[in-house]
Design a protein around this ligand. Structure first.
Ligand SMILES: [Zn+2]
Length: 74
């Protein structure tokens, strides 16, 4: 079981093929919420637990849509 901090996506982010965005570890980046930009998580780390608890908004989430380049500041 990992804590939320280790589940956060790690900059710098980079664009990959087909609009994917990867973090420093090479994991896909997923947003806490795909409409309101909140926190960005590492899909790879989230999938170890199957869920995440956002430290900013308190949302209990699971793997959702991938973050867009603009959400990652690209
Ligand atoms: Zn959040």
């Amino acid at each position: 079981m990992s804590d939320t901090i280790t589940q956060l996506a790690r900059p710098p982010f980079r664009k990959a093929e087909r609009g994917h965005v990867l973090d420093r570890t090479g994991s896909l980046v997923i947003p806490c919420d795909d409409e309101i930009l909140c926190m960005l998580f590492s899909e790879r780390e989230v999938e170890k637990d199957g869920h995440f608890l956002c430290p900013k908004c308190g949302r209990l989430g699971q793997r959702m849509v991938e973050a867009t380049a603009s959400q990652c500041g690209l």
